[in-house]
Design a protein around this ligand. Structure first.
Ligand SMILES: C[S@@+](CC[C@H](N)C(=O)[O-])C[C@H]1O[C@@H](n2cnc3c(N)ncnc32)[C@H](O)[C@@H]1O
Length: 313
């Protein structure tokens, strides 16, 4: 159902994530939605989704509201370097940008995503897309079936689509809701670990702010699952919660900066009855060698059914 290529997407991690999703959820929330791999796999009937990327969120809203116009606009695009760079440059020209409709902007974003190198929607410090042309022979510029399928889901379910910092979405959650948080990952290399800036703009301070937001959700009785890279910083920040380490062979950086096999963590504040542990010993994190699952009685809930259902699990 996903229409967009999203480096950092969670499709490969779905087999590890699915068994950890609570059975009963009032509202599902995904505040770093990106390509929405988990959202679309669960297909909840009540959800709040959010991303800080305005072009991505505009695309979701246009798919929900104007799928046929989006398809028609996409069919105007052609896979040449000249056209790619002309369309890419529109966000450098305030007048041309202001003249674009939401549908034009959504078509532009999806066209650039399908034709740029590896789907990496890099932006410069002004927020302008600076990805290079991918030189693919036959990219699928107009994924009509996926657009219509995603439209059906967004249109027929009760999905609030927000754009902004993740905290606004979290503020709306209550006991019985469940949130899956997939932020830009903490950097893995030793040198990168203790700098406060990363190319995603999500440095150490941001990882700390997010861990604090998770603690606040925990106090409010909201269940959450966080994915991140398996590095000491993340193990330390979430040491009071349940951490499963998952070996993963994928790019860890949403913006595509780093590649290669990287262990990931799935962290949660609730227990799963009768679940098989997917935990593996994390050799890269010496301080946690013998305790990669951390249980805190404070964070384990005995109640599993609170309110309505958003899926049939
Ligand atoms: C790892 S990606 C999410 C990938 C997604 N789970 C998927 O399957 O495609 C992280 C997302 O967080 C968004 N983001 C970064 N900082 C944010 C913030 N402060 N608030 C909300 N979203 C943010 C980025 O735009 C990006 O889409």
């Amino acid at each position: 159902m996903s229409v967009i290529k999203w480096p950092g997407g969670k499709t490969q991690l779905l087999p590890a994530i699915r068994p950890l999703i609570p059975n009963h959820i009032k509202t599902y929330c995904e505040p770093f939605v990106g390509g929405g791999a988990v959202l679309l796999d669960l297909a909840p009937t009540h959800a709040i989704i959010n991303d800080a990327n305005p072009e991505l969120i505009n695309l979701y809203r246009v798919v929900r509201d104007n799928p046929d116009d989006l398809v028609a606009a996409l069919l105007q695009h052609v896979n040449t370097a000249e056209h790619f760079y002309a369309i890419r440059s529109l966000d450098r020209d305030p007048e041309a940008w202001a003249a674009l409709s939401d549908i034009d902007r959504a078509a532009r974003y999806l066209f650039l995503n399908k034709t740029c190198f590896n789907g990496l929607m890099r932006v410069n410090r002004h927020g302008q897309i600076n990805s290079s042309f991918g030189r693919y022979s036959k990219p699928c510029i107009c994924p009509k079936d996926s657009i219509l399928e995603l439209h059906d889901f967004l249109f027929n379910s009760d999905i609030d689509i927000l754009c902004g910092d993740y905290t606004a979405a979290l503020d709306r959650l209550d006991s019985g809701d469940f949130v899956y948080l997939d932020p830009p990952y903490a950097p893995v290399s030793k040198t990168a670990n203790y700098t406060s800036y990363t190319s995603s703009g999500f440095g150490i301070d941001e990882q700390i702010r997010l861990a604090n937001a998770c603690r606040d959700l925990d106090r409010r009785g909201v269940k959450w699952l966080v994915s991140n890279s398996s590095v000491p910083l993340i193990h330390d920040l979430y040491s009071n919660f349940i951490i499963d380490v998952v070996p993963a062979k994928r790019s860890i950086n949403c913006k595509g900066g780093k590649r290669g096999p990287v262990d990931e963590v799935l962290i949660r504040n609730y227990s799963i009855p009768n679940s098989l542990s997917i935990n593996k010993k994390d050799s890269s994190v010496e301080a946690h060698e013998s305790a990669s699952i951390k249980l805190s009685s404070l964070q384990i809930y005995s109640k599993y059914t609170i309110g309505g259902f958003s899926n049939d699990r």
